[in-house]
Design a protein around this ligand. Structure first.
Ligand SMILES: [Ca+2]
Ligand SMILES: [Ca+2]
Ligand SMILES: [Ca+2]
Length: 209
């Protein structure tokens, strides 16, 4: 008697399990999760700097993380990106902890309460190349070491793209805060001050989720 009840219960459980499966008619999502974050900025707000005729002017940036890689796409206002002379710097707070990494994103630590920069992707670096440098903060003191390089491509005249494996970013989970700055090379070893920020200084950083 008990045995038949148990078998009947098992049958009901199987049916429930089967109906549970059947009710979800959509196929399982692919195992590759894509995380994204986008920031935008006005055109025409870049700071003119001595020695530069066309000032790099950021209008937007997107980070996409998928399949173990981070792909960065930065867009400048039409005609303001020099593919060989503009330096775009992407500051990443990979652990989303303002207390770790370099404080803020500029030398005045303006954003220190919002971001502690753990990694920077500089593109192009060096000048006149199609290469990006990946840098890691070595402490809480604006000091960085190079941890790798990546090729830079230009999908259009005003866009720059870099893909970096997460293994170069401390095997981060891809969730992070970020801001983007730009400046212009004056010589191989000197740059203008930052000409534009996205999001602007003091504003909350972009978030990759
Ligand atoms: Ca701008
Ligand atoms: Ca940090
Ligand atoms: Ca993270």
């Amino acid at each position: 008697m008990l045995d038949s009840i148990m078998r009947a219960l098992a049958g009901v459980l199987l049916m429930l399990a089967a109906s549970g499966c059947g009710s979800s008619s959509t196929p399982a999502a692919p195992s590759v999760t894509t995380l994204t974050g986008t920031v935008t900025d006005a055109a025409g707000d870049a700071l003119p700097r001595p020695g530069v005729t066309v000032t790099p002017d950021l209008v937007g940036a997107t980070i996409e993380v998928s399949g173990g890689n981070l792909t960065l796409m930065v867009t400048l206002a039409p005609g303001t990106l020099s593919q060989t002379q503009t330096l775009v710097g992407v500051t990443l707070d990979t652990d989303e902890n303002p207390a770790t990494g370099s404080p803020g994103i500029d030398s005045a630590s303006t954003d220190a309460a919002l971001m502690g920069t753990d990694y920077v992707i500089n593109a192009v670096a060096p000048r006149n190349s199609a290469q990006a440098l990946v840098l890691r903060a070595t402490g809480n003191s604006y000091q960085f070491v190079t941890v790798g390089t990546a090729p830079v491509t230009f999908p259009s005249t005003d866009q720059l793209r870099v893909t970096v494996p997460l293994s170069l970013l401390g095997n981060d989970d891809g969730r992070m805060k970020f801001k983007v700055v730009c400046s212009q090379y004056l010589t191989d070893t000197t740059l203008t001050g930052i000409t534009d920020f996205v999001p602007d200084l003091g504003q909350f950083p972009g978030i990759v989720r």
